[in-house]
Design a protein around this ligand. Structure first.
Ligand code: MN
Length: 190
């Protein structure tokens, strides 16, 4: 059932002009000291006409893959410990993490020891994507079922991301390949 949009009639004091964007991604910003980490602070990057995705291979405490889809002017992000699989029968845990700024789409570097996510983060794949049907990313994310067609170098074709029941803590999703013509249980992409 569609939920009615909340009105924002309770705003009491006008915010000074120009300050609205200073904490665009509060969770992302709160975890980082931009004087120390080379990661980008949220900037003025505009959404791309064709939504983009990027996957970082992140050699942190534990090696994992960060799958990021451009949604609503930011990069919605999931940490996928084992990385994506082309086998539709293999459902990979994808732990939802904080939205990252669009600028993160071109970030690569070493996050210093002692900082959040310390370790090397390299771009493992990137490209454009759309939902099936097109243009539904925001609605599909809210619903907890993204069905996307990725057009990357390594990741191609259709994938599902489905939110499972949260058992406390960060929302968990499962990422798995659609049974499309590119599905291939014998191919190990990671
Ligand atoms: Mn990570």
């Amino acid at each position: 059932m569609a939920r009615a949009r909340k009105s924002c009639g309770k705003r009491t004091a006008a915010r000074p002009r120009g300050t609205a964007l200073t904490r665009r991604l509060p969770e992302y910003e709160a975890k980082r000291d931009f004087a120390v980490t080379p990661e980008p602070a949220p900037g003025k990057a505009a959404p791309h006409p064709k939504p983009t995705f990027v996957v970082h291979k992140h050699d942190a405490t534990r090696l994992h893959y960060d799958v990021r889809l451009e949604i609503d002017g930011a990069l919605a992000s999931w940490s996928v410990p084992k990385g994506p699989s082309y086998d539709p029968a293999v459902k990979r845990l994808a732990i939802q993490t904080e939205d990252h700024p669009l600028e993160y789409g071109s970030f690569e570097g070493r996050i210093p020891d002692g900082e959040y996510g310390a370790g090397d983060s390299l771009i493992w794949d990137r490209g454009t994507y759309d939902t099936i049907p097109p243009g539904q990313a925001s609605a599909q994310r809210k619903k907890g079922h993204l069905h996307v067609e990725l057009r990357g170098e390594k990741l191609k074709g259709r994938w599902h991301l489905i939110r499972t029941r949260p058992a406390g803590g960060k929302p968990r999703w499962l990422m798995f390949k659609s049974k499309d013509e590119l599905a291939d249980p014998s191919y190990d992409v990671v």
